[in-house]
Design a protein around this ligand. Sequence first.
Ligand code: BGC
Length: 481
Amino acid sequence: MNYDAIKAGELSFPPGFMLGAATAAYQIEGAAAEDGRGPSIWDTFSHTPGATAAGATGDVAAGHYHQVATDLDIMASLSLEAYRFSISWSRVMPSGEGVVNHAGLGFYSDLIDGLLERGISPIVTLNHWDLPQALEDRYGGWRGRQTAYAFERYAEIVGAAFGDRVAIWSTHNEPWNNSFAGYGHGVFAPGIKNHEAALKAAHHLNLAHGLAVSALRRTITKPDAKISIVLNIFRVEPETAADVEAARRFDAVANRIFTGPVLDGAYPADLLEDTKTFTDWEFLRPGDEAICHQPIDLLGVNYYEIMHIRDRADFDPAQEQMGGTAFPGSERVELFRPTGLGRTAMDWTVEPWGLENHLVALSEQRPDLPIMVMENGAAFDDVVTEVDGKLAVIDRDRTRFLIDHVKATLQARERGANVVGYLVWSLLDNFEWAAGYGPRFGIVRVDYDTLRRTPKLSAHWFAELCRTRTIPVLSDAGIPA
Ligand code: BGC
């Protein structure tokens, strides 16, 4: 599909559709040991030799903790309508439970007020992977059921503190990465490599979600506030008819393991069957699925690329593929990237039609559940230049990527998808987890030596999109006219 056919100004976002940008605490804040913050599993993991590229840590990251006023002004200058950030659990509760750190709560309270003063809607994620280390030590992290109850208490505290002002709450961000990359493949914190541990973590994340939704409903007071979960539900595409069964297995362990209990109230039978050689699921207690299954107002979806799948009988489960080893229950599944497509600096394929078709299909499955694109964006290698004596980053590749994905979102709406917002990942260049500071996803460049911020061409384009609510016309220089 060629999105060039959609001309600038042709389709527009209706009033109420939210346009904005997203970040996550550990990726941008820095100030890892300041003002009473306790360590998280990402502090421990990133300080483990060999765990991250070039030994990168989030100790300083984009320095957002100390530059929050600058960043708020940048957001206002870009006319963002919404800003999605996550709360560092160990900043507000250094041991994950018990004592509350009021300096930590104060930081987020001021951030929320700063957003509201500038007319920007706050969207808060409770868990973007940086679990307090104390809970990993005490309960085995997400392997332990007690962590879900600790999460409920944390949700209650932040719900009571910010529930008068936050527009949208999300319990988790991408529990798939949290559980399978963190506890199964071990490429993310806490670096555990055990299939049963990943399945346990996935269940306790689902349980924690349900408990936290109830805790938020008990504590928040803003009448129109919405509660969501952000899943990276994968767009799964089998290569041929012979690969449909492999796609089903992957869809079960990667997607339906979350959507099943959270949205439908039960784990799918085929998932339980596929994974039985790894676990007897004794950690799933009677009544758990009902707890996971709380009504939510919005489904957050992160989209980066299509998961192309083929069945490979001779597939070696120990082989590394797309960031991990084989997934429990889907040993024959091979994920591959077709040739002939554009690639980002992560080597991810560029397939905006995947987003369009995904949004349409998800909406067809659940017409009453509004969807928000909570993350979409791309890493490309940026070049800093000077334009009229000022620093500039003319990131045409990222701008083109955003143009096409915004068009795909508009097109999905035309086809009836119930999409209510689009957030670009990310506002700032940041700590890209195990990949460190190499990949740059920001629409605003961060110079990691000086922490100076420079909005890129993509930021100027996005600002124009927010102002006009339609695809801006670009001048020859690529800058919005
Ligand atoms: C995560 C972000 C991450 C981005 C790009 C998502 O999986 O939520 O934290 O930086 O993708 O990899």
